[in-house]
Each structure stands twice: as C-alpha cells, then as structure tokens.
Design a protein around this ligand. Structure first.
Ligand code: HEM
Length: 443
C-alpha cells in the first residue's frame, strides 16, 4: 500500500505559519476584528495563497500529507481532488471532523455539521425543508422580503443621521432582520439571544482548548426552543413547529447555525456594497437591474452575482474540513482512516493559472454558462453537504443591496483600496468599512 506524497518538515511548517495559523487566528466561528485588521495590514491572505501555490508547484501529484507528529492531515491541491472530496461527502469524507465537533459542542452540539449517519440525514432534511434549499426564491419570500426592506430603510435612516454607513449601523439593523427572518417580528429586539450566541461562539473559536460553559449553552438552547415554539407563520423556524417528541432532528441545535450564518451573509453583503461603490461600470449594471426590476427583489441575477463575487474574493468559510471515515484510495496512494482533509478555499478562488480574472471583481463569471466549480470556485461548497442556505442568502442579500442602492449612492471612504485597476486585496475587513450615503438628486 503506497502512502500519499508527504510534505517535507519545512513545507509543513511553512503551511502552518503562512496558511493555517493566520486563517484560524481570524476566528473560525466568530471573527476577531483585531486579527482581521492585522491580516489586512500585513497582507497575510495574499501570503497564504502564495504559499499554497508554492506547495502546488512542488507537489503536483495532489493530496499532500503534512508531516505532523500527532495526526494525519491531508491538503487538497487540485480542483479534481476537491470535487472528489466534496461529492463523496459525508462518506468517506465526513464533515463532522474532530475539531468541528469540538467547536460546535459549545453552542449546538447536535448540529448537522457535527452529525453522522441517520442523524445527519434527518437533520440535513430539516434544514433543506426550512431553507427551501432547491428554490432560488424561498416559498416564504412574501414575509421575508418585507423584513429586509424595512431593515434596509432603518439602515438608510440611521446612516443618514450618523453621516456614515459603517459596520455598527449595518450590523445593528441586519441582526434585527436576522432574528425576524428566523422567528418572526416578536424576536426583533431579542438582543440577549444574539449576545448569548456571540459569547458561546467566542469560546467555540478555541474548540476543545476551552472548557464548555454548559450552563450558558443550556440556557441559550432553551431560549432558542422557546422562540421555535412561538415562531410566527412565514418565519424560517415556523417550519419546525409541532414536530414529534423526542425529535432526532434536534431543531434547537439547528437554528443557531442560521443565526450565525445569516450574520455572515451580512458580511458578504457589505463587502458586495464596497465592490459596487468602487466599480462604476458594474454599479451602472446594478442600477439598471434595480430600476427595471418587476419581481419585488426576487430575481436580481446581477446583484446575486455580485454577492457571489464577494464570497469568491473573500470567502466567509476559508477552510472546508473533512475527516475520512475509512481508508481512501487515490491514484497517487492511500489516505488513511481518520485523516483530516483540508480545502483552503482562497487558493482555488484566487488562482490566476486556472482563473485569469482571479483578482478582479467580475460578476460576469457567474452569469456565464460554463461551470465555475471546474476551477474549484466553491464559496458555498458543493455536493451533498454543500450549504443549504445558498439560495436564501442570495435572495436576502440581493434584495438588501437593491433597497440600499435604489435611491442612494454610497461613497466608499477608503475607495483606493478597491480600485478597478488594481488586484482586489486578499482581505477586506468588514468591521472597518465606511460609506458616505448621498440621496440621489430628484428623489
Ligand atoms: C455568505 C453566506 C454563506 C456562505 C458563504 C455559506 C457557506 C457555507 C459552507 C462553505 C458550508 C460548509 C459546507 C461543507 O462543509 O461542505 C456551509 C454549511 C452550512 N450552511 Fe452555509 N453559508 C452561508 C449562509 C448560510 C445561511 C444563511 C444558512 C441558513 C440560514 C446556512 C446554513 C448552513 C448549514 C445548515 C450548513 C451545514 C450543511 C451540512 O452540514 O449539511 N448557510 N455553508
């Protein structure tokens, strides 16, 4: 039995120092603003991609085993191998890797991401049902989109009053929208729930290295269950009412993932706004789409493509993790059982050799017929474990952008960073984005 190619000790250390540690330091479960700022200032994301390219050149055969003393860990370097891993998930490539289980145990131990076998199947089915995974327009759009419009109006009013749209204004309104989308209007001001989740996610960043606060977690999950029990019709959680007891799908452990992922969708949206604010040609196309929209925000392909570009350029899940459930054979050798498998997404999304426009903002990439996944562009992952909230994210964020941009122009205060003539930076820290809003003449 041949083993897969193995990285030298030096290359393993290079990967850890330039790729893994800086990415993990930014916070896998809750972004750490200071680490984001440092990564942006020191251009650590560009360095990480360069290090991956070096490994790719040096070990062209693909899946590469790192030389670590305590565990087997493989790195994916080819789009073909990326697809093999993602399409063969959850078995033999299980998403319930040890580090993920350790992290999620802090706030949603029975979440689908940490589940296996029959439990994964029922939990995944519940997500797909509630999130309407296969529909570009969620069946609850009639209740969800007015929420987005109202919170966008509130965001605009707060930004006008403050003279700036920054993360503080943006996230306060967006978080309100997130709670309304998940549970209904009665949850609008339940900031305590969001704060509890934030506290637990902060611990979760440390996975098994930090002791669990079971008391806080149990109280948090109890409050989520209470919100599920009183969820209003047309909210996502309303789908979970009156389920049999005991319920293997564990709804209260599934919903925190929505709250968390919807917040992340806000980051993708504000970065998309920064892209449009600095790219006049694309802004014109967006404006035409908004003016001509007769679908009430349901079908905005250009704005959806803009959000897809935001998550291609700055993936909100930079590391996709798997763990083998058994030995897996590759052309180049055998991957052992219980081997960690890491897909470093920015390496694929920013690879000039495969994608000439890798560092440009190019929504057209998503409006063509050919398949971006051929290059390994997978911001929402792919295959049976891919993000079930992809369409919902695109619906909500494209509607948000259309509401914000309809009558208001946004000037990005640090615009030179995203000049169309320059490569897009490896990091765009959402916490420091600032826009000056100006109501368009004649409105
Ligand atoms: C910018 C927005 C988002 C991005 C980029 C994103 C991306 C991802 C990625 C990369 C995964 C991992 C899949 C894998 O391991 O192969 C994932 C999983 C997941 N996402 Fe999202 N997501 C987003 C928003 C959402 C939203 C809004 C929801 C729900 C409201 C959601 C629900 C989930 C769930 C439940 C999973 C676990 C799926 C499973 O294990 O079967 N996501 N997402």
């Amino acid at each position: 039995m041949t083993s897969l190619p193995k990285a030298s000790v030096r290359d393993t250390a290079g990967f850890l120092l330039d790729v893994f540690i800086p990415t993990a330091a930014k916070g896998p479960l809750l972004r750490r603003p200071r680490a984001e700022a440092l990564a942006e200032r020191l251009k650590l994301d560009e360095r990480a991609v360069r290090r991956m390219q070096e490994l790719d050149r040096k070990y062209p055969e693909g899946p590469l085993l790192l030389r670590l003393p305590v565990r087997n860990q493989a790195l994916i370097l080819r789009p073909g191998h990326l697809h093999a891993v993602l399409t063969q998930s959850p078995d033999p490539f299980s998403p319930a890797s040890s580090e993920k289980r350790g992290a999620l145990a802090h706030f949603e131990p029975r979440n689908v991401l940490a589940s296996t076998r029959a439990e994964r199947t029922v939990r995944r089915a519940l997500h797909e049902q509630a999130l309407d995974t296969s529909s570009p327009v969620h069946r609850f759009a009639d209740t969800l989109l007015p929420v987005v419009r109202e919170e966008a109006d509130a965001m605009l009013a707060a930004a006008q009053a403050k003279g700036v749209l920054d993360w503080d204004v943006f996230s306060r309104c967006w978080q309100r929208g997130v709670r309304r989308i998940a549970f209904g209007d009665s949850a609008r001001d339940d900031q305590e729930l969001t704060k509890m989740l934030t506290r637990l996610r902060k611990d979760a960043n440390w996975s098994v290295l930090k002791p669990r606060r079971r008391g806080v977690r149990d109280e948090f999950l109890r409050r989520v269950q209470e919100r599920i029990d009183t969820a209003e019709p047309g909210s996502l959680a309303s789908v979970m009412g009156s389920r049999p007891e005991p319920d293997a799908a564990a709804p209260q452990d599934q919903v925190p993932q929505w709250l968390f992922a919807l917040e992340t969708s806000g980051m993708a949206a504000i970065r998309a706004l920064a892209l449009l604010a600095t790219h006049p040609n694309q802004a014109l196309l967006a404006s035409e789409e908004i003016t001509n929209d007769s679908t009430g925000g349901r079908h905005l392909p250009f704005l959806r493509a803009t959000v897809l570009e935001s998550v291609r350029l700055w993936p909100t899940t930079p590391m996709i993790l798997r763990q083998t459930t058994r030995e897996v054979s590759w052309d180049t050798g055998t991957m052992p059982a219980k081997c960690g498998v890491l897909i470093f997404v920015p390496f694929f999304h920013r690879n000039h050799q495969r994608l000439p426009q890798a560092d440009r903002f190019d929504p057209a990439l998503w409006l063509r017929d050919d398949d971006q996944e051929d290059w390994g562009v997978v911001p929402f992952s792919a295959g049976p474990v891919s993000c079930p909230g992809r369409q919902l994210t695109l619906l909500l964020t494209s509607t948000l952008l259309s509401c914000l941009l309809k009558d208001t122009a946004f000037t990005f205060q640090d615009g030179h960073r995203l000049s169309p003539g320059r490569p897009m930076p490896g990091e765009l820290n959402p916490y420091t984005l600032r826009f000056t809003p100006t109501v368009r003449a004649g409105v």
